[in-house]
Design a protein around this ligand. Structure first.
Ligand code: 5GP
Ligand code: 5GP
Length: 229
């Protein structure tokens, strides 16, 4: 009898295990990148930009996204097409999203298309930890907490079109947030390298910043511009 029970147990385990792994592998990840963009650097490129339908955003960093990532540098994307973006789940956040997560892509939009893209590509891969409302709420909280523009201006680094050393930009954000950021540059209409996006890392339970397990690839010059907006 014992032997029969043991075999039934073993067989159930063998049947159930693969489905547990399959379910977790599509949704699992190691940490998040929290990515913020400088609007001046999105807009002064050859491609240019369009202000959202609600008007020109404030001269501040805006959220780009909260991106689940693996420690080996790869990342999951578009994990669940059964959970489309549903603005009714975030109606309490929309006015804050318009201010803190504005869209600058053309043609002008309210922001919904940008938020929908970020949720469907990245957010759906974080559902083992946070739901749709938490995905957007967590991002808004991180934006407030990191206060990138405050960190930079406190160190005398202002969006005035001047060049600053990459080291001083990194150092001021580290001094203020406690964590080393990764800086992504792009080029303005004349080809100058400029501060475009700032990446900070967040632990996999989305509860706070961590040192990045791995940095993305790419290079800025030693001196980069910080354009106005
Ligand atoms: P790009 O190729 O312009 O750097 O990135 C295009 C898009 O790919 C990003 O906006 C983002 O959605 C995704 N992406 C690029 N690099 C990473 C990364 O390191 N981690 C994650 N999770 N997504 C990334
Ligand atoms: P990702 O690069 O995150 O995969 O994709 C960004 C998508 O969101 C692109 O299709 C882009 O056109 C759209 N988008 C809308 N507004 C913005 C914006 O303000 N910044 C960026 N980087 N992409 C935006």
């Amino acid at each position: 009898m014992k032997l029969l029970q043991a075999s039934v147990c073993l067989i159930s385990l063998i049947l159930v295990l693969p489905s547990i792994f399959a379910a977790s592998s599509s949704e699992d990840f190691d940490f998040f990148y929290f990515v913020q963009q400088w609007p001046g650097s999105y807009c002064d490129t050859q491609k240019s930009c369009c202000y959202p339908t609600s008007g020109k955003p404030a001269a501040d960093f805006g959220i780009h996204g909260l991106w689940p990532n693996y420690k080996d540098g790869t990342y999951p994307s578009n994990c669940d097409d059964t959970k489309p973006f549903d603005s009714s789940t975030i109606s309490d956040l929309v006015s804050s999203m318009k201010r803190n997560w504005p869209t600058l892509a053309c043609p002008s939009g309210s922001g919904e298309a940008f938020w929908e893209h970020e949720w469907e590509k990245h957010g759906t891969c974080s559902q083992s930890v946070i739901n749709q409302h938490e995905y957007f709420q967590t991002s808004l909280g991180l934006k407030q907490k990191t206060n990138l523009l405050g960190a930079l201006t406190k160190a005398g680094i202002n969006p005035d079109g001047n060049s600053y050393s990459l080291e001083s930009i990194r150092g001021s954000i580290k001094a203020s947030t406690g964590f080393t950021p990764w800086i992504e540059c792009n080029r303005d209409g004349s080809g100058n390298s400029q501060l475009y996006q700032v990446y900070l890392c967040v632990d996999r339970s989305a509860s706070g910043l961590i040192e990045c397990p791995v940095f993305p690839h790419g290079k800025c010059g030693a001196q980069i511009e910080f354009p106005s907006f």
